[in-house]
Design a protein around this ligand. Structure first.
Ligand code: PGA
Ligand code: ZN
Length: 420
């Protein structure tokens, strides 16, 4: 049974405080988990509880920590750690709101993840095996964010993420190696062109480029220079994070000095997809532009993976509306958008049953905790987005996946079939 539950304030990758929760079991097992934090958050995400005031510029999480140490601990000490759904439901009931605005989703998710990890450790099982059972076998294709823009960097680029997807490889390790080679070649190309090669929040470069198309062009050069076939071996994915671009009358593309309507933005994507091997576009339109999303899905949904992040916020109820209205064909999975391990699993099940692809995802503010690497394999997501091949909080996830691939004997890497 659960013997003790505690939390403390620790640091995330952006220098902001976050919650680390620790669970102790009666058999002596001790396990912890650290909660991530977003910058371009969706409006309908579960609430991240921050203290306000002057301390840490208002971003302290001592109230969330206190909620773990008192209310949550009181409610779940004595319960079995092997009934994840029951514990998560207990915390949800204790909170009493839809979006965890009492306890804080950061408090609840930290405990939820730590419970899962403690249960796995107690059984002597890897976390992916405990959460996914014998059927956990798919190694995810990574989406590596190698050029950062939008609210993840202080450069001129409007689109938030330019990613590569190593689709044409036999296994995860080879895919990661090829991706790292593209990353290094990209650095050289940017350096030779006198661009800044400092890194953004997710480990990608953040150069000032003169349009939203130019990053794609330099990535195409980097793929070629690394000796790979663009499209066949390395494909391209975008996260526009367009909810951040909304202004009166449309979407503002500052680097191109123009404001466009949803229709014009969709036409822009169609043009980019006809010129480059783009296989996935995330948040191509804003979280409130469901009409635009319908058009986007009609125009590009057959050819391109259209991922809802701010749009669906890992929420099964909102995803159900998307399925009903034929909006998008994939969902980004961020546990802290919804607040617990069990609710995340429910959303993934709903997506998979309805043919929506699932992309497990980090946040722009991360930690050394690699929970999502195990979680992606447990749920056979097939795809994971966790930054570039630089910055320790990003490589922690890739390194964990390398370990998992070594352990899974009958593992499957979906690259070649995913977008065929
Ligand atoms: P966030 O960005 O973690 O800052 O919300 C990630 C994303 O938009 O996918
Ligand atoms: Zn996103």
């Amino acid at each position: 049974y659960i013997d003790n539950v505690t939390a403390m304030e620790v640091m995330d990758s952006r220098g902001n405080p976050t919650v680390k929760a620790t669970v102790e079991l009666s058999d002596g097992t001790v396990a912890s988990a650290i909660v991530p934090s977003g910058a371009s958050t969706g409006k309908r995400e579960a609430l991240e509880l921050r203290d306000g005031g002057d301390r840490y510029m208002g971003k302290g999480v001592l109230t969330a920590v206190e909620n773990v140490n008192t209310q949550i601990a009181d409610a779940i000490i004595g319960l079995s750690p092997f009934n994840q759904a029951m514990i998560d439901a207990e915390m949800k009931a204790l909170d009493g709101t839809e979006n965890y605005s009492n306890l804080g989703a950061n408090a609840v998710l930290g405990v939820s993840m730590a419970i899962a990890r403690a249960a796995a450790d107690s059984l002597g099982m890897p976390l992916y095996r405990y959460l996914g059972g014998a059927n956990a076998m798919v190694m995810p294709v990574p989406m590596l964010n190698i050029i950062n823009g939008g609210s993840h960097a202080d450069n001129s680029v409007d689109f938030q993420e330019y990613m590569i997807m190593p689709v044409g490889f036999e296994d995860f390790a080879e895919a990661l190696r090829a991706s790292a080679e593209v990353y290094h070649n990209l650095k050289k190309i940017l350096k030779d062109a006198n661009h800044n090669t400092a890194l953004g929040d997710e480990g990608g470069f953040a150069p000032d480029l003169s349009s939203n198309e130019e990053p794609i062009q330099v990535i195409m050069q980097a793929i070629e220079k690394a000796g790979y076939k663009a499209g066949e071996e390395i494909a391209i994915a975008l996260d526009v994070a367009s909810s951040e671009l909304v202004v009166e009358g449309g979407y503002r593309l500052e680097s191109e000095n123009r404001t466009v309507t949803s229709e014009e933005l969709v036409a822009y994507y169609e043009d980019l997809c006809s010129k480059y091997p783009i296989v996935s576009i995330e948040d191509g339109l804003s979280e409130d532009d469901w009409e635009g999303w319908k058009v986007l899905t009609e125009k590009l949904g057959d050819k391109v993976q259209l991922v809802g992040d701010d749009l669906f916020v890992t929420n099964a109820n909102i995803l159900a509306q998307g399925i009903e209205k034929d909006v998008g064909n994939a969902i980004l999975i961020k546990p802290n958008q919804i607040g617990s391990v069990s609710e995340t699993m429910l959303t993934v099940r709903l997506a998979q049953r309805n043919g929506y692809k699932c992309v497990m995802s980090h946040r722009s503010g991360e930690s050394e905790d690699a929970f999502i690497a195990d979680f992606a394999v447990a749920l056979n997501c097939g795809e994971i987005k966790t930054g570039s091949t630089a910055r320790g909080e990003r490589t922690a996830k890739y390194n964990r996946l390398l370990e998992i691939e070594n352990e899974i004997v009958y593992g499957e890497y979906l690259g070649a079939v995913l977008f065929s």
